[in-house]
Design a protein around this ligand. Structure first.
Ligand SMILES: Nc1nc2c(c(=O)[nH]1)N(C=O)[C@@H](CNc1ccc(C(=O)N[C@@H](CCC(=O)O)C(=O)O)cc1)CN2
Ligand SMILES: Nc1nc2c(ncn2[C@@H]2O[C@H](COP(=O)(O)OP(=O)(O)OP(=O)(O)O)[C@@H](O)[C@H]2O)c(=O)[nH]1
Ligand SMILES: [Mg+2]
Length: 462
């Protein structure tokens, strides 16, 4: 259902600022605003061209609320596709609230979360995946997530899906046409060409589905678990990486009892570091719970940093190796960075010995920040950012991922059907299913529940 009532919301963050923007959208936006606006040159808003801006005062009966700039957008040429009025006022909390209250009394309704963008979608200004990208763009806090959201908002992903959908639709129509001529045994849809198309779709879908692993990582940050025995300097390393005193550090073993997480951006990619309680067999119940959590954190991490105290190396290296083997055995696929900490306390001979015994080990002094930049470089090298550089579409949205997996499943059926010369009517059913899932991504296929879920996660005013 397309509502046309006039909605209002603050478009800028709540709180005082230099300027705040209040946005109205709907069929009465211009007439409602016009009655409260005294232009400095006696202009009427309804007589103004679209995309024009006007200086004047907002008045509530005899009270002048503020000197403002008012922008007019006339349907269908606006963000929402409806008549839109934007008021740029002085950014006092009081003024913002008074203006909104005034317009609520004059016939506007407070907008729901995401309702401006929902209207843009319903009016065909954006498709669903573009609308979703608007929220991702607002949430983006690093170069990679920004680039992906921007590309998606501009329709990169949508047009890729729309192209596949259109080609597939063509074939579906031809095959369905054949069904009307069943007795004559004609073939409008060239099966060789069709096989080629299915192969191509298959290939694209596979790439998009695979890209989700990268997309997920970029959206949520790559989880990196910092593990090692008590007191080796895990929390000190976390603080050095974050460049702040995030975790408590002390000479007492077992200081960190719970896990601590925080995120930084390295080379445009978000990394989420997880400091854990030390791994060690222990009788202390609280510490033991922490150790269980350590393994849970390794489960969730994409990269593991195993830290040991370099000054214990000469006496304890055998035990470190056992610990490292344990992790390697339990998590054979996970990149594991082995790091010796506290090298500031190490003599040259031991330094050489450590490097000898642990190939590829990194030596750091977390306390003095030595080797931390090197470690960041090493972390970055684990991330496959090739897709980013190629400008390939990267899927970051789990709803899209789901739909792609389902489409992929249907395309496999079509492929099999073609190989076994399945009859046209059955082929057509599988093709229609695949088309359905493509349509879910861009929003050709949708329902109120789905839209409600998507836009409820937007902020009010977007
Ligand atoms: N002040 C303001 N800034 C904003 C927005 C806004 O709504 N208001 N945006 C919103 O979030 C973004 C910009 N997006 C926009 C997209 C389309 C149109 C628009 O008027 N489109 C018309 C006319 C295009 C034209 O000039 O030809 C159209 O599509 O028909 C406006 C803003 C970011 N900055
Ligand atoms: N000399 C030196 N001391 C360090 C270094 N890194 C950490 N320390 C010291 O080692 C002690 C333990 O550091 P933490 O960061 O609390 O160690 P942890 O691994 O988090 O310990 P738990 O939380 O108990 O498992 C503290 O006294 C730190 O100041 C380093 O690079 N050099
Ligand atoms: Mg700690």
């Amino acid at each position: 259902m397309i509502k046309q009532d006039t909605i209002i919301a603050l478009a800028t963050p709540s709180g005082a600022g230099a300027i705040a923007v209040i946005r109205l959208s709907g069929k009465d936006a211009i007439s409602i605003a016009e009655k409260q606006f005294k232009s400095v040159s006696d202009k009427l808003l309804s007589k103004q061209k679209t995309h024009t801006i006007h200086l004047g005062h907002l008045v509530d009966d005899s009270i002048t609320l503020d000197e403002v700039l008012v922008s007019v957008f006339k349907n269908p040429n606006s963000y929402t596709g409806e008549d839109v009025v934007e008021i740029s006022c002085h950014g006092s909390n009081y003024i913002q609230q008074e203006i909104i209250q005034l317009f609520l009394r004059k016939g506007c309704r407070m907008a729901d979360a995401g309702e401006f963008t929902l209207r843009a979608f319903l009016n065909g200004k954006l498709d669903l995946s573009q609308a979703e990208a608007v929220a991702d763009l607002i949430a983006s806090d690093n170069a990679a997530s920004h680039q992906i959201a921007m590309q998606q908002m501009r329709g990169g992903f949508s047009s890729e899906i729309a192209k596949l959908r259109e080609e597939l639709l063509n074939f579906a129509s031809l095959i369905e046409l054949e069904l009307d001529f069943a007795e004559e045994d004609v073939e409008f849809a060239d099966r060789t060409q069709f096989k080629e198309l299915i192969e191509r779709i298959n290939f694209v879908l596979k790439r998009l589905i695979d890209s989700f692993a990268v997309g997920n990582v970029i959206k949520h940050g790559i989880p990196v678990a910092i593990v090692g025995e008590p007191n080796v300097g895990k929390s000190t390393l976390l603080n050095a990486l974050l460049n702040e005193e995030r975790a408590i550090v002390s000479e007492i073993a077992g200081t960190t009892r719970d896990t601590i997480e925080d995120e930084i951006t390295i080379g445009g990619i978000g990394f989420r570091f997880i400091d854990t309680a030390g791994i060690r067999e222990t009788k202390d119940v609280v510490e033991r719970i922490g150790i269980k959590k350590t393994f849970e954190k390794i489960d969730q991490a994409q990269v593991v940093i195993y830290l040991f105290d370099a000054t214990d190396f000469e006496t304890e290296s055998a035990r470190f190796k056992v610990e490292i083997e344990k992790i390697k055995n339990k998590y054979p696929q996970k990149p594991l960075l082995i790091i010796a900490n506290k090298v500031d306390k190490l003599d040259d001979v031991s330094t050489v010995n450590i490097k000898d015994e642990f190939k590829g080990i990194k030596l750091i002094s977390a306390k003095n920040g030595v080797g931390v930049d090197d470690l960041k470089e090493a972390l970055l090298s684990f991330v496959n950012t090739g897709a980013l550089r190629n400008n390939d579409t990267i899927v970051t949205n789990s709803r899209h991922y789901d739909a792609l997996l389902k489409a992929f499943g249907e395309i496999q059926k079509v492929k099999e059907g073609l190989e076994t010369n399945l009859s046209g009517d059955l082929l057509a059913i599988d093709i229609r299913q695949a088309l359905y899932h493509f349509g879910e991504i861009t929003g050709e296929i949708t329902n109120d529940d789905l839209l409600g879920n998507i836009f409820a996660n937007f902020c009010i005013g977007k």
